[in-house]
Design a protein around this ligand. Structure first.
Ligand SMILES: [Zn+2]
Length: 333
């Protein structure tokens, strides 16, 4: 067992009967076995909004798993005494899959045990000019290998099952998928990743951004459609978004990707360039601590925004049109 898995088990034990735990999948790799665990906190009711957090899709970027474990640890302690949080959780469900790619996190690789990049594995093709990092079907020996999108990897399927399960009951579902990558800024992305056209809930994404900007004017996130930075094939979130628009047109699914800028720590310690985890993972303890607490404000904001969605997700037709036009100006002009 590896450190992140031990930490997760410890949190599950401490949460005791406050948490519901489901083993989504059992992954075999060489002589090892790994479980993918899904934790649910809060209301079990059908009609409440849901936030589903995912970490470790790219095992190398294990800081995503660690940020989620730190958030879970905070929630675990607060739930012991904070009655306001207990009450808030009666009206919302938090779902966590902190280690969706356990073999990747354990080995320190981007891909899963079969050499597949899970975020290139969905049956969805990019439009326009692509690069090697957009996904390739040449070889699992090269990075960004797409595997077989017609028979997705068990980890990717497990992620899809969680989303499909939650949308069945909830009218409002948000997914937050934590990654780290090059760049100085922390980015918060919404669809699309596979092409540069606006997605149908652009108005809601813009209204959410405006709410965040208004409430936290000094926040440090660059909020934008993912295709502003990369266009990729096989993105699981584009794939699920498209599917859910068909199967549940009356509900809102807002998938977000948090890409934590790793140059923030790389800049200060170029030695990271030469270590396996270093590029996408801060090594010095104080730097890691800073990253672990850095996103708590965002998580708290999203919690509140999902509890009271009328400010961004339940707009009048006029306000919706206005938001849509502002969004086109900002991101697509
Ligand atoms: Zn990633």
């Amino acid at each position: 067992m590896f450190a992140e898995q031990r930490h997760l088990n410890d949190i599950i034990a401490r949460l005791s009967d406050r948490v519901r735990v489901e083993t989504l999948e059992n992954i075999r790799y060489q002589h090892h076995q790994f479980n993918i665990e899904c934790l649910s906190l809060g209301s079990e009711r059908d009609d409440v909004p849901v936030i589903a957090y995912f970490g470790g899709v790219h095992g190398l970027e294990k800081i995503g798993s660690e940020v989620l474990l730190a958030y879970l640890q905070t929630l675990t302690q607060l739930l012991e005494w904070d009655q306001e949080l207990q009450q808030r959780l009666e009206h919302l469900r938090l779902v966590f899959v902190p280690i969706i790619n356990p073999v990747g996190v354990w080995r320190g690789t981007r891909c899963n045990g079969n050499g597949v990049d899970l975020m290139r594995n969905a049956p969805i093709e990019s439009v326009g000019k692509t690069k090697l990092y957009s996904g390739q079907k040449i070889s699992s020996r090269l990075p960004w290998f797409r595997g077989n999108p017609e028979a997705m990897e068990p980890e990717a399927q497990a992620l899809c099952r969680v989303i499909r399960q939650q949308i069945k009951s909830s009218r409002l579902l948000m997914a937050v998928d934590l990654h780290s990558g090059f760049g100085i800024r922390d980015r918060l992305w919404f669809p699309y990743a596979s092409h540069k056209t606006p997605f149908p809930n652009l108005a809601e994404a813009h209204a959410l951004k405006q709410l965040f900007d208004d409430c936290y004017p000094h926040h440090f996130y660059q909020i934008e459609p993912m295709s502003q930075e990369y266009v990729i094939s096989g993105d699981l979130w584009d794939y699920l978004y498209g599917e859910l628009k068909q199967t549940h047109p009356d509900k809102l699914f807002m998938p977000l990707t948090l890409e934590m800028g790793s140059w923030q720590w790389l800049r200060k310690n170029p030695l990271h360039l030469f270590s396996r985890h270093g590029l996408f993972h801060p090594m010095l303890p104080h730097r890691q601590q800073r990253i672990l607490r850095r996103h708590l404000t965002l998580f708290d904001f999203l919690f509140r925004a999902m509890l009271y969605p009328n400010a961004w997700a339940e707009l009048t037709p006029e306000k919706r049109l206005q938001q849509h036009q502002q969004a086109l100006q900002l991101w697509y002009a």
